[in-house]
Unconditional design. Structure first.
Length: 291
């Protein structure tokens, strides 16, 4: 609320410059121009004043935190004041130039903020999608393995709902700040679950084909988690190369395991699939996710 009031105060102060700001006297060598120039100048000045009179747009610029955008909108206010003064003094040519400059600056300010919102929206949507996927993956695990209680899970859903409301109001940066720790927590928990599953390979399964099927479920779960990690985290070029190699080896070994299983060579098939899981673990560690 304080932020909104401060932004509104700055907005009002800026708009007031178009009416009451004291400006230097118009230079003696001002450009008078023709009657057509005077008409065009009047139209441009009115357009600039209307653009600056949109309190909502100006407020978004002032509250955006973008130095360049704020400087541009303030410079546009200066230009509007000078243009109106020049027009009143009969310097239509000068007024037209000032108004054109002001329109350019105001448009640039609005574009910068709009571009920032577009980038923020994309970041929010990617994070929301990833966090939602993590939550769904966690809830698909047995309750005893989830490691996050029902109350906390309900709180996470509420945070997702709050973030969606923020996004509707174009508060993308606030929504991202709210969701980032949520996504990180779910991500870390899923990594722990996958590591525990890999450490507790179902060697006690009654039949080798049952163990093979369970290892296959682990492999698919690993690949889903890796896809989400790759979408949400950046890897250094050297790590990216190692990551790609690990995924290729995992896919190759998993495919080989499937072929060996078709031949009922269960010992070799199980070994190959376990090695595929090991490469999945290597790929996850490259992201630096810690418990």
């Amino acid at each position: 609320m304080k932020k909104n009031r401060a932004g509104l105060a700055r907005c009002v102060a800026l708009l007031s410059t178009c009416i009451v700001r004291s400006v230097p006297a118009i230079a003696a060598d001002c450009e008078i121009g023709t009657d057509e120039t005077a008409l065009q100048a009047e139209q441009k000045v009115v357009l600039l004043e209307r653009l600056l009179g949109d309190a909502g747009s100006v407020r978004r610029v002032l509250e955006s935190g973008q130095t360049d955008a704020i400087a541009s909108i303030e410079a546009a206010g200066e230009s509007a004041t000078l243009a109106r003064q020049s027009l009143g003094a009969g310097c239509a040519g000068t007024a037209a130039e000032l108004a054109a400059m002001g329109l350019s600056r105001a448009t640039q300010a609005l574009w910068l903020v709009q571009n920032q919102l577009a980038v923020g929206e994309r970041e929010y949507q990617a994070l929301h999608s990833r966090t939602t996927s993590y939550l769904q993956m966690l809830e698909a695990e047995p309750i005893e393995s989830q490691g996050i209680g029902a109350t906390d899970l309900a709180g996470i859903r509420r945070q997702l709902d709050r973030a969606e409301v923020m996004a509707v109001n174009a508060q993308y940066s606030d929504a991202v700040m709210l969701l980032e720790p949520v996504g990180d927590r779910l991500e870390r928990r899923l990594v722990v679950i996958r590591e525990q599953q890999a450490a507790d390979n179902p060697r006690e399964a009654g039949k080798p084909q049952d163990e093979f099927a369970q290892l296959g479920e682990q492999y698919r779960a690993y690949r889903m988690l890796l896809q989400q990690l790759a979408d949400g985290r950046q890897l250094a070029s050297s790590s990216r190369q190692n990551y790609d190699i690990a995924l290729q080896n995992a896919a190759r070994l998993n495919a080989a395991a499937a072929e060996l299983a078709d031949k009922r060579d269960w010992p070799a098939a199980l070994t190959s699939r376990r090695e595929a899981l090991n490469y999945c673990q290597i790929a996850i560690r490259l992201f630096g996710v810690t418990n």
